[in-house]
Design a protein around this ligand. Sequence first.
Ligand SMILES: Cc1cc2nc3c(=O)[nH]c(=O)nc-3n(C[C@H](O)[C@H](O)[C@H](O)COP(=O)(O)O)c2cc1C
Length: 198
Amino acid sequence: MKILHLISSPRGEASFSVKLGNAIVEKLQAANPGSTVTTNNLTNTPFPHLEEVHINSFFTPLENHTPELAEAVKHSDQAITELKNADAIVIGVPMYNFGLPSALKAWIDHIARAGQTFSYSENGPVGLIKGKKVYLAISSGGVYSDGPMKAYDFTESYLRSVLGFLGMIDVTAYRVEGLSIPNLKDVALNNAVESIIL
Ligand SMILES: Cc1cc2nc3c(=O)[nH]c(=O)nc-3n(C[C@H](O)[C@H](O)[C@H](O)COP(=O)(O)O)c2cc1C
């Protein structure tokens, strides 16, 4: 199995989404001996916010690419190739202000490309990235899996929508949550790791 592990917390080894992502990767490796892992830290090598040149590069046919457009499309091409090559994608998601960190959103903006990862048919949109297993490792100070704050969670719902739009419909979410809540914070990681069933 080829595993792609995306990291979007800048906190290195202290990060709970990294720890939970690592636990998912380890369980995948144990269940699939000989697996390879590609780790892509989106905070060390960030994808740029989309500028005019990126948009132009996405919508200009390859044969008309100037050197500037060819350079601009490289990030996106590389990310899409990495995605297509993977069998399983583990995405670390620290909740920031109820949603994704901008580093992860920037990656999404580079992989969601008409004609490459989705297209439109007479019956509507078609996702082109098929057959992937996606695992989300979501960390948060509060609790969002259930209870009064559930409606404030725009991490899992957004990722399920956008990844599903691109064809990745087999998505499992694991959460290390309650990291700011006194009686939960010390058991949150253990509870999350124990919840992993592949
Ligand atoms: C900028 C920022 C925004 C945050 N926003 C939220 C939030 O909206 N809800 C929440 O429950 N926790 C929030 N937190 C807490 C983080 O989700 C929590 O610390 C988590 O462990 C961060 O992930 P990491 O450990 O992988 O870095 C925020 C933390 C930071 C630094």
